[in-house]
Design a protein around this ligand. Structure first.
Ligand code: PLP
Length: 234
């Protein structure tokens, strides 16, 4: 077995274990393989091991990678999720190339994505990124802004609002890790009480996916545990 398919198998078992411990159906926890900084070959290797959904942070890198994967495997049908910070002058390629965007944190970005979504494609699936730990430096909407933002995004024609995403401050122990994930879940529940019908909590990475699953994650975004350590000197 290649390292990537071995790691993928281990991550799938970790998800199944976490779901069982939380009395949840493992089929409700989807694995997003975060392939940023890794090449088309790594994506193809993971897809050969059954992985379909891939997460990317850097626009140019991801568009190049998609083209390389398509050239090598024209018949492969993958799902691409944009999870990185979004500059408002870079929305068009995101609207054209991706199936999901997890990092929408302001209305202006959502408007542009909806306007620029090509008519022949299905609506772009959207998660609102929430600054759940309240750090000044992090991107994400403040929790108290989320309801208004959600209503505005839900009204846009070419987007489909699916739920919320967060990247909490790192914490060592599981109890501390669970706190922000619980807050994000409660925020989603509140929005659903207001009738938004959201089904997605995008939370949990290699270091804290177990805590996220315990609090109701429906998508975990996992890079290092699948592809290994990233080197940013590119
Ligand atoms: C890089 C990244 C991940 C994956 O992180 P790992 O710790 O490598 O699993 C998940 N989500 C976002 C938004 C990221 O930027």
């Amino acid at each position: 077995m290649s390292p990537i398919s071995y790691n993928l198998q281990a991550v799938r078992e970790r998800i199944a274990e976490g779901a069982r411990a939380a009395l949840r159906d493992p089929r409700n926890v989807h694995l997003l393989a975060v392939s940023k900084t890794f090449g088309a070959d790594a994506v193809i290797e993971a897809s050969d091991a059954g992985q379909r959904a891939f997460g990317e942070n850097y626009l140019q890198e991801s568009v190049d990678k998609m083209a390389a994967v398509r050239a090598a495997r024209p018949d492969l049908s993958l799902e691409w999720h944009f999870i990185g910070p979004i500059q408002s002058n870079k929305t068009r390629p995101i609207a054209e190339h991706f199936d999901w965007v997890h990092s929408v944190d302001r209305e202006k970005i959502a408007h542009r994505l909806s306007e620029q979504r090509p008519a022949h494609l299905p609506p772009l699936n959207i998660c609102l990124q929430v600054n759940i730990s309240g750090e000044d430096t992090k991107s994400g909407a403040a929790p108290e802004e989320v309801a208004a933002l959600a209503k505005a995004v839900a009204a846009l024609p070419n987007l489909k609002l699916r739920g919320l995403m967060a990247i909490p401050e790192p914490a060592e122990d599981t109890a501390r890790q669970r706190e922000p994930f619980r807050k994000l879940r409660e925020l989603l529940e509140q929005l659903n009480k207001e009738g938004l019908g959201l089904d997605t909590l995008s939370m949990g990475m290699s270091a804290d996916m177990d805590a996220a699953i315990a609090e109701g994650a429906t998508i975990v975004r996992v890079g290092t545990a699948i592809f290994g350590q990233r080197t940013y000197a590119r």
